[in-house]
Write a protein that binds this ligand. Structure first.
Ligand code: SDX
Length: 429
């Protein structure tokens, strides 16, 4: 197989090396293209452009494969432990018993936020979007940990990761409590990661929320399945910001902002809005699908389609099973799940979706699970962010330690005015 590509421009020929990944995927290395030819490439949305080499996550969009450090995500369904997966993504291997015990203790010990940070929540309107609060509070957190701005070596990275991964739950839960006028529930050091989050969300001073194991496992799985997804929009944002040597907190706060968008992490909220619209009888599933196919409507079948997956998103398959299992355990017959199933059935037999290879993605069923657990819709993208945080940290680390690591600075094709002169205001129209 050839190890170079030859670009022919007029009477010029340029040889460009071809790089190959672990699974045989190949790319043209254009790092010397502009020096050799004066040319750049143009690829809005970077659908054809690799930004880096990475060993964290592998996706095969055609075959619906997703692996974290080589482990297929389906294998976590029987081992739903988000803390283990966070360690796997950041440090490259499943934690040893000693590493797991140490990291769990660090998460437990770092669950509280500085008491003075609590006042920050009062500075937001009660109805403030939780993603705005989350991004602001992650940046505020960095002000309380100047010792974690410059990370020297794996110990400091482990401390920063434990701080962020643990405290992001507390920030999210406190934002929820504040928006509902509820007393803050402090983290309980006896509870594991996901159960502690639900305790801070739903316990009352007079009434402890007791997390059933099936609910705990379902939430662990939701967090695991959101934990990383190679160079998606928010992770690329974290890499972009981190490439300027901005600290880990600032980089992850930027990732929260990118994830907020309805085309990205915000889609899980839009899926529920879509299902509710149909449930409240304002539209039938058939009518909604018809609208989603009409370009003029600007409506999309939310939770469907993906830039990389051109077959089923393997996360959606696991999340659908998890939703069915959880609802059966809770004895909940959620009409929205039936509507979601109906939409999927209609779309998968419709040539519009089949021809464009549009299948359910991670957001299509995740909201059904979160709703069954009692998490309000406006917190769904926050849960996505809690899940995605270890992935962001892993990529920030990988980039910072990479010999290829340099400040991100894309080029452009200029289409503005040719050189023109300044005209004093009294000579303008
Ligand atoms: C996430 O990158 C990641 O990995 C993201 C993510 C992660 O884990 O980080 O997986 C999480 O963001 C999942 C995606 C969540 N977003 C949604 O569910 C919103 C609905 N989906 C779409 O907006 C869309 O599918 C995207 C944004 C997800 C992907 O968009 P692309 O790859 O840029 O595709 P496109 O917009 O160029 O669409 C190609 C065609 C177009 O039709 P034509 O112009 O060819 O006729 O497919 C159509 C689109 O109109 N299309 C849809 C559609 N998605 C694409 N039509 C109706 N409904 C949809 N959902």
């Amino acid at each position: 197989m050839t190890d170079k590509a030859t670009l022919v421009v007029g009477d010029q020929r340029y040889d460009l090396p071809i790089v190959q990944g672990t699974e045989g995927e190949r790319g043209i290395d254009i790092r010397k293209l502009r020096d050799q030819s004066g040319l750049i490439t143009l690829d809005p949305g970077y659908g054809n452009t690799g930004s880096c080499r990475s060993a964290i996550t592998y996706i095969d969009g055609e075959r619906g494969i997703l692996r974290y450090r080589g482990i297929p995500i389906e294998q976590f369904e029987q081992h739903p432990n988000f803390v283990e997966v966070a360690w796997l993504l950041i440090f490259g291997n499943l934690p040893s018993r000693e590493e797991y015990a140490r990291f769990s203790a660090e998460l437990t010990g770092n669950a509280n936020i500085d008491e003075s940070m609590k006042h920050n929540f009062q500075g937001f309107p009660r109805a403030a979007p939780p993603m705005a609060i989350l991004s602001a509070m992650i940046n505020a957190l960095s002000c309380f940990h100047p010792e974690l701005h410059e990370l020297e070596g794996p110990d400091q990275l482990e401390a920063a990761a434990a701080n962020l991964i643990s405290k992001v739950r507390t920030i999210a839960a406190f934002a929820y409590r504040r928006s509902h006028g509820l007393a803050y529930m402090y983290p309980d050091p006896k509870l594991p990661y996901a159960a502690n989050f639900l305790h801070m969300m739903f316990s009352q001073p007079y009434n402890e929320y007791l997390c059933d194991d099936r609910v705990r496992d379902a939430l662990n799985l939701v967090l695991i399945l959101h934990a990383d997804h190679e160079q998606n929009c928010s992770t690329s944002t974290v890499r972009m910001v981190g490439s300027s040597k901005a600290n880990l907190f600032a980089s992850c706060a930027a990732g929260v902002c990118a994830l907020w968008g309805p085309l990205h992490g915000g889609a899980n909220v839009k899926v529920l809005d879509m299902l509710e619209t149909i449930h409240q009888g304002r539209m039938t599933p058939e009518e909604y699908v018809r609208l989603a196919k009409d370009k003029g409507s600007k409506v999309r079948l939310m939770g469907f389609g993906h830039r990389v997956y051109k077959s089923v998103d393997p996360r959606a398959v696991v999340l659908q099973r998890t939703a069915e299992r959880l609802l059966a355990f809770l004895g909940t017959d959620d009409p929205l799940l039936n509507i979601a199933r109906r939409l999927e059935e209609i779309a998968l037999s419709d040539s519009y979706f089949v021809e464009r290879k549009l299948y359910p993605n991670v957001d299509f069923y995740s909201g059904i699970i979160l709703r069954a657990i009692g998490i309000p819709t406006n917190m769904f993208t926050v849960i996505f962010a809690i899940g995605r945080l270890p992935g962001w940290i892993a990529h920030w680390r990988e980039q910072n330690e990479s010999p290829d690591g340099k400040i991100a600075r894309p080029r452009q094709i200029y289409t503005g005015n040719r050189e023109t002169a300044y005209k004093p205001r009294d000579q303008r129209g």
